[in-house]
Design a protein. Structure first.
Lengths: 108, 108
DNA sequence: AAAATATGTTCAGTACTCCGAACATTTTAG
DNA sequence: CTAAAATGTTCGGAGTACTGAACATATTTT
């Protein structure tokens, strides 16, 4: 069970030592709205706002939304691989993608 | 000179062969709203909605928002590949990772 | 050609995002 | 301790995200 959006924002904000006002200032928001995101149910911020918040908190919007639980241990290996993959040159990337296509066609 | 959110959604939708109604159905939206995102000025969707749209279009929310112009179309291709990769079974993942290791050793 | 179907556009209404400013509580200073 | 400052909470309202259903236009079928 992953933490909900509200808790993630609060935890990340505090771990960065930000007050409501500070995070609000950094993201062009009001502190009352940041408070609502952390406390009111259920928060449904605009992509724009959440993007700025994610940026200041050093995470992705996807992580905050947790659309596809990307926090398990196995996923850590995947994330590590992805970071490596992104640094490779286009030719290598394309080769790897074409190899991946093979498996993808089989399953399904 | 990055394409605006509206154009990105329309271009990606058409490249996938989706009608407004199809994309709406896939993302739990109304077709009228998808149309607004593509045509009305300026669209400011919720993170939740844009997340579902990004998922169906095979890109990240960050790519669609592209506030600081740091994301290229190649990044979107990478994100699409990564999404696919994550859904593969562990054996296939491991194989791909081991292949990636080879290239990584060569360069740099 | 018209009829049928698929796709795109418009519109009014509801619910919610987001703000400013007041109010409350905690923390720091004297 | 009290006063001041910092941080957190509540509230009213302006503007908008999002919908369903009607309307318009393009495409296909007979």
């Amino acid at each position: 069970m992953s933490t909900a959006l509200a808790d993630k924002i609060r935890d990340l904000r505090k771990s960065k030592g930000f007050t409501l006002e500070k995070l609000a200032e950094l993201t062009g928001s009001s502190k009352s709205y940041i408070w609502e995101l952390e406390n009111k149910t259920p928060p449904r911020p605009s992509a724009e706002k959440l993007g700025k918040i994610a940026e200041q908190l050093g995470v992705t919007i996807e992580y905050l939304l947790d659309t596809d639980g990307s926090l398990t241990i196995e996923d850590a290996a995947d994330a590590r691989f992805y970071r490596k993959y992104k640094q490779m040159d286009d030719k290598a990337k394309a080769k790897i993608r074409s190899i991946a296509e093979l498996w993808d066609d089989d399953s399904d």
